[in-house]
Design a protein around this ligand. Structure first.
Ligand SMILES: [Mn+2]
Length: 414
């Protein structure tokens, strides 16, 4: 898969040109401590490697076309401290990259690319955010090239190209997402089983992290929002006491093999929905099922959002919450969902193009909700689906969401 991913990128590159892709380094937390390291997802997508400080180079020209992996010269003293060594043979096998060499060669390669091969374009992964917020090695190299040769060499942000490629998932990618979802199912079961009024949100948060870690996965993110905290879409403080007769929104993700799950379930703190909560919950569930039924190749995110909005609006008109259809935007202001994969908000660039037609193999979230500021109630139900030939498979179909089923489960757990 990694070799194939690379060849797709190489294919799109102009000639003569150069690709430089860094695996990245973890940011410093404070003093001599660093945040845990996760590889640049695009680097992983092209190499399958998890190592920090590595560089993938592809030089494409009429003279030479060549591919390297540059890796730091290992300092034996440091290796004995961290217990970490780099296995060149394993890296070669995983990535399919033949030439693995010391990063010392980088300067020489760059100068050959510019002076001998006369590359006119350099492809760098500059991410999707303003560089001022994340000055990576790629940004530094871009800066250097612009200062030295801005007339002759153009910089191209390869992350746009990769966003497109990454949208359609290979079967092994869907497998990783599925595994992350299956662990999330366990975590949500733990939360539904444990929650009771008086508990703090962080106690549920801890169950997610515990489930992830004890199964060899990583915690992705967790929004645990009790009662009125759930009115905000991305409340992440997770430090409020959960009150009786409120709903808890758990919007959580686990990372398996660098792939994310992203699931939301809403459940009553005391195990039983009030009639009003149940009424609103069923409206969201109906809209969510409707949205899932619409997913198939050819439909756009915009169309899914519109169809979901219509379902929510009709139901809310019926119960008298709103008087006119368009008033629904007071209670539902999120989009229907986003692509999911190596990033939780995957292939984000393209997500902004909301009239992009879905294709088989794309994985996305379906997450309508209702957020009633005045009642202090937020409800969201989110599943992860993969687009199939004629519709979609709900990868998270085993995670209960029917209100009766949730109540039954919670009563049984008491
Ligand atoms: Mn989501």
């Amino acid at each position: 898969m990694f070799k194939e991913n690379r060849s797709k990128v190489y294919e799109m590159m102009e000639s003569p040109s150069l690709l430089v892709m860094y695996s990245g380094t973890p940011p410093r937390m404070h003093n001599d401590l660093f945040y845990p390291y996760f590889p640049n997802r695009n680097f992983y997508y092209l190499t399958g490697l998890h190592e920090q400080n590595q560089i993938l180079i592809y030089l494409k020209s009429d003279l030479i076309t060549t591919e390297f992996l540059y890796t730091p010269v290992l300092d034996p003293a440091m290796a004995s401290v961290s217990g970490h060594t780099f296995d060149v043979e394993a890296a070669r096998k995983i990535s399919g990259i033949e030439i693995i060499d010391s990063v010392d060669r980088l300067e020489q390669t760059l100068s050959r690319a510019f002076n001998v091969c006369k590359v006119g374009k350099v492809y760098l992964d500059l991410g999707m955010f303003d560089s001022s917020s994340a000055m990576t090695e790629a940004h530094l190299l871009a800066q250097k090239i612009r200062q030295k040769a801005s007339d002759e060499v153009a910089i191209c942000n390869v992350s746009d190209m990769l966003a497109h490629l990454r949208m359609r998932k290979a079967p092994e990618e869907v497998e990783s997402i599925q595994k992350a979802i299956d662990l999330t199912e366990i975590a949500i079961g733990e939360m539904m089983g444990a929650v009771k009024p008086g508990m703090n949100e962080y106690e549920l948060d801890a169950l997610l992290r515990y489930t992830a870690r004890r199964n060899g996965a990583e915690e992705g993110f967790q929004v645990i929002a009790g009662g009125k905290n759930a009115v905000a879409l991305h409340y992440m403080d997770n430090n409020t006491v959960i009150e009786d007769n409120t709903l808890v929104v758990a919007d959580v993700g686990i990372i398996w093999n660098l792939y994310y799950s992203d699931i939301t379930r809403t459940f009553p703190a005391n195990g039983k929905f009030t009639p009003r909560q149940r009424e609103l919950y069923d409206i969201v569930l109906k809209a969510q099922r409707h949205a899932i039924s619409m997913v198939k190749p050819g439909i756009t995110i915009n169309e899914l959002t519109a169809g979901t909005r219509e379902s929510l609006a009709n139901s809310c008109l019926e119960i008298g919450l709103i008087k006119k259809s368009d008033e629904i935007s007071r209670y539902w202001f999120g989009g229907i969902g986003h692509f999911l994969g190596l990033d939780c908000h995957d292939a984000y660039h393209t997500f902004l193009i909301k009239d992009l037609a879905l294709e088989e193999g794309m994985v996305l979230t379906i997450e309508p909700g209702l957020y009633l500021q005045e009642e202090g109630t937020g409800i969201r139900i989110e599943d992860d689906v993969v687009v199939t030939k004629n519709g979609c498979d709900v990868l998270s179909k085993n995670i209960i969401k029917d209100a009766d089923e949730i109540e039954k489960f919670m009563q049984a757990a008491k």
